[in-house]
Design a protein around this ligand. Sequence first.
Ligand code: DGL
Length: 268
Amino acid sequence: MDNRPIGFFDSGLGGLTTIPYLAEQLPEEKVVYFGDTARTPYGSKAVSTIRQFSMEIADFLRTHDVKMIVTACNTVSATCLDLLREKYPDIPIIGVIEPAAEAVARICSESNNIGIIGTKATISGGAYDAAIGRHKEGLSIYSEACPIFVPLIEEGILGNEITTLAIKYYLDRFIYSNHIDTLVLGCTHYPLIREEIDRLYPGLTIVDPSREVIGAIESVLRERDMLAKDSTFENTFYASDLSENFINMINTIFEESEFKVAFKNLEL
Ligand code: DGL
């Protein structure tokens, strides 16, 4: 048993989409979350910059004595996982891409057309193609970077005609010309526009890394006998800029749940 919290981080509020799944599947676990809202988005920045930011945040999470770090960000998972694992060999570091790739390999066959959407950094590095390929060969995989989605979501522009236009701008041609039947939401912000994607493209099988990562967290904690039990730690959410949307999002996500939240600015 290990009652220390799990550290989660993202460039902003996207990584929060993992937390309800954690609460559902591993309700005993507690969380320290860091959203780098002052420097979001990461996905259009240079890999060296994303690595620098990620190391700073991992250092900060370590000051909270976390038992594990979850990079609740596909962009960080695509570009920084090896580096972080090298720097902190003493704690498990889990990314979101590997568990989602496993899910794709489990549910898809050669007859499927798989679409991966994500940030520029995630898509250009080909991390999903490589991860899926490690589990199953011969699958048809198509990718599309959708760089405008994260700024819109961080701004709270959701469920209106601007969101619809942005989704159609990136996905209409991508989905129809490639006959996509399975779509991987390769950015943890995207579950926040999932309803709209479902509405515009009914019948797609959606793979959500924010959900898939919880199984990976559970197996590692179970294997190492590190699951929490009756922890009194209070779930804590930090942001480098306490934007109204970050606070609103936490309130929306935790509405009617037993999660308590505390806000605090972090001077990086
Ligand atoms: N949630 C991050 C991801 O999963 C968004 C990255 C960004 O800030 O562009 O990729």
